[in-house]
Design a protein around this ligand. Structure first.
Ligand SMILES: [Zn+2]
Ligand SMILES: [Zn+2]
Length: 352
């Protein structure tokens, strides 16, 4: 019997991506084969496409990108019990060892042996099928779309940020940067019961979308003094938590001036400039807590449960949809039209 082939988008080298035939993965005993129905383009995918590296991760051989996905189980290995053929599932894209101290303590996002889709040299899922260990598959309730299933991945970053920052309904929250992660972090804040959520972004379209998605007020940091405006908006109280998602060096430096005394800063964005100086005297004087966020852990079940009974419209972040064959146009749109695009979805089978 010959090897089965499928279409996959392969990045040969920076700016050189093509759809070609590759073997359909064969699931191991503890894996399931998932027919990829909807998969997002992430900022990290665009970065690998453009620059061929992110920090210590370098594209040294052709790679399939993509890690934000949902699909349908079409085959299961002999030992798989939690999902069955025909199940609609979201895929959590980082498979961890399960036995190290980080995994056992629940902080499995810090597992040194994690195998994360689309992080070189591991292939991702801009392809018709992907095989993945079945304990990283989560069944979608009937009413939940594949699009929402795919958005659980970037939403998870937002949920993890809320958990790291100890966000409660009593908090006023500021989200700096209203790209896909910032917009979904604001939605995560809503899921955590926060009713006063502020956002900043220099792009008008993004501020507008944030307002449509329930943000209390959106500020343009290039035209307004954010700290001053926040005091006005909160009746002089200030915000309890800043969720920094922009990675912009100035925004990162400003976090210590935007948060109130005793507040918390959650750093999600990564600065393209590397090291960013920050006023540590202010951190001491204000008794600020600063938390880092690396991906997420234990977010999918809670997110699915919370979303299945909410009327939250996550799909508003989807601005473009492309068939897999048009991958080049899709990634170029993400790369060059940051002022008009938020989340771009790829459909390896039918575009819905
Ligand atoms: Zn992502
Ligand atoms: Zn581990």
């Amino acid at each position: 019997m010959g090897e089965r082939l499928m279409n996959a988008a392969v990045l040969n080298k920076p700016l050189d991506i093509e759809v070609r035939k590759v073997p359909v993965p064969v699931p191991k005993d503890d894996e399931a084969l998932v027919k990829v129905r909807c998969i997002g383009i992430c900022g990290s995918d665009v970065h690998y496409y453009e620059h061929g590296r992110i920090g210590r991760f370098v594209v040294e051989a052709p790679i399939i990108l993509g890690h934000e996905l949902a699909g349908e189980v079409v085959e299961v290995g002999a030992k798989v019990k939690n999902v069955a053929v025909g199940d609609r599932v979201a895929v959590e894209p980082g498979v961890t060892c399960g036995t190290c101290a980080y995994c056992k303590s629940g902080r499995y996002n810090l597992c040194p042996d994690v195998v994360f889709l689309a992080t070189p040299p591991v292939d991702g899922a801009w392809a018709e099928y992907v095989a993945i260990r079945s304990d990283f598959l989560f069944k979608l309730p009937d009413g939940m779309s594949f699009e929402q299933g795919a958005l659980l991945e970037p939403l998870s970053v937002g949920i993890h940020a809320m958990k790291r920052g100890g966000v409660t309904p009593a908090d006023r929250v500021l989200v700096t940067g209203l790209g896909p992660i910032g917009l979904l972090a604001a939605q995560a804040a809503r899921l955590f019961g926060v009713t006063e959520i502020y956002g900043t972004d220099v792009v008008a379209f993004r501020r507008e979308l944030a307002l449509q998605m329930g943000v209390t007020a959106a500020i343009d940091p290039s035209r307004e003094n954010v700290a001053g405006r926040l005091l006005e908006l909160t009746g002089g109280e200030g915000v309890d938590v800043v969720i920094e998602t922009s990675g912009n060096a100035r925004a990162i430096r400003e976090t210590v001036h935007m948060v109130k005394r005793g507040g918390r800063i959650v750093q999600v964005g990564l600065s393209a400039e590397g090291e960013v100086p920050i006023d540590m005297n202010r951190v001491a004087d204000f008794e600020l807590n600063v938390y880092g966020v690396f991906r997420y852990a234990n977010t999918y079940p809670a997110a699915i449960q919370a979303l299945s009974r909410s009327n939250m419209d996550l799909e508003k972040v989807i601005t473009h949809k492309f068939a897999l064959k048009d991958i080049r146009e899709a990634v170029e749109t993400a790369r060059t039209q940051k002022d008009k695009s938020i989340k771009i979805m790829i459909y390896p089978h039918e575009v819905s």
